[in-house]
Ligand binder design. Structure first.
Ligand SMILES: C[S@@+](CC[C@H](N)C(=O)[O-])C[C@H]1O[C@@H](n2cnc3c(N)ncnc32)[C@H](O)[C@@H]1O
Length: 312
């Protein structure tokens, strides 16, 4: 393989900017990158079901290595690093053990490798609880020491007119000839929830009447008939959790149903042809969809590090 620089001096290969997608899951970054002049040359995730979904949709088999211990030598050269490390060490739903949580080890390892490999651009996604954490403070300090220009963003699908609250924190950092291009939000028109929902749904999604009665108070039940209705963030445990893990849809005859994994990825902005492997059961699909990232936010972040969309 021969590498080179594009007309703006950015690291590229075969006319495309090379990128690595760490903690790739179902590939919100790969889903977005195809609309840019970006080639994901390697993806990394230790989940077999995530990797099967990624390979099916993007034709690239992610590396199943544990990122806690991967070494710099195990990473191909790339200009852009996308990272969505586990949010459990920082989530207000968890114990917030921060850098003492073993699930933070992979990101800490990658911060160390990044400080030696110095990719042109790094983007990190996490929950709001990441802000001010010891891991975040260390990450920002390393970026500054290494000469990166950086900007932090709080983005939510609602800012793009999508009826779903899913606030996330992002850090975008660039160095060398690459410059940050921090834009204000496009101010997209609001899209009614009904546009994202299937008219025919799997009866398995209907919440059992006994469960409804027992946990009714804890459920956020949304009626899509109202144009201003919106859903609240789906967690990876939406299938098994009884409350506070994501909104339910009220049914015309009474009762409620869960939002399907396909509807969740649609709300996240994945393309209509995105699909889960047939072999994956419903709880696994929920876990994968609930872990993923808003594609419009990824697009916004790529534009903010100077990448140009080729098509919408
Ligand atoms: C927040 S999700 C990222 C989702 C992804 N950005 C997407 O678009 O779907 C975190 C992912 O990191 C993976 N992961 C967590 N710890 C890991 C580790 N130590 N090594 C490799 N992958 C890991 C999980 O399997 C999970 O898919």
């Amino acid at each position: 393989m021969t590498g080179g620089q594009d007309s703006s001096g950015h690291d590229c290969h075969g006319g495309k900017v090379r990128a690595l997608e760490f903690f790739s899951g179902i590939g919100a970054f790969a889903q977005t990158a195809c609309a840019f002049n970006i080639e994901v040359v390697a993806a990394f995730d230790q989940s077999e079901s995530a990797n099967a979904t990624y390979a099916l949709n993007y034709g690239l088999q992610p590396c199943a290595r544990n990122l806690d211990t991967i070494a710099a030598g195990g990473l191909p050269h790339a200009a852009i690093w996308w990272m969505s490390p586990p949010c459990t060490p920082f989530s207000i739903r968890g114990k917030r053990l921060d850098d003492c949580d073993p699930r933070a080890a992979s990101f800490l390892n990658l911060i160390d490798i990044a400080s030696r490999r110095l990719p042109e651009a790094i983007i990190v996604e996490n929950v709001a609880g990441f802000v001010g954490s010891r891991v975040s403070i260390r990450f920002l300090a390393v970026l500054k020491d290494c000469g990166y220009q950086l900007h932090e963003f709080d983005l939510c699908p609602t800012a793009f007119g999508v009826p779903m609250r899913r606030p996330r924190h992002f850090v975008a950092a660039v160095r060398g000839t690459r410059r940050l291009n921090v834009q204000s939000f496009p101010g997209a028109a609001w899209q009614p929830l009904a546009h994202f929902l299937d008219t025919v749904y799997n009866p398995e999604l209907i919440v059992d009447a006994a469960v409804m009665e027992r946990y009714q108070q804890g459920f956020d039940i949304v009626d899509p008939i109202h144009d201003d209705s919106y859903l609240t963030c789906f967690t990876s445990g939406y299938w098994r959790c009884r409350k506070a893990s994501g909104s339910l849809i009220s049914l015309p005859g009474g009762g409620a149903r869960r939002v399907s994994p396909d509807e969740i990825v649609r709300l996240l902005g994945f393309a209509a042809d995105f699909t889960f492997p047939d072999k994956l059961d419903l709880p696994t699909r929920y876990r994968l969809a609930g872990n993923s990232v808003d594609v419009r936010a990824v697009r916004f972040l790529l534009e903010s590090i100077g990448c140009k969309a080729m098509r919408c």
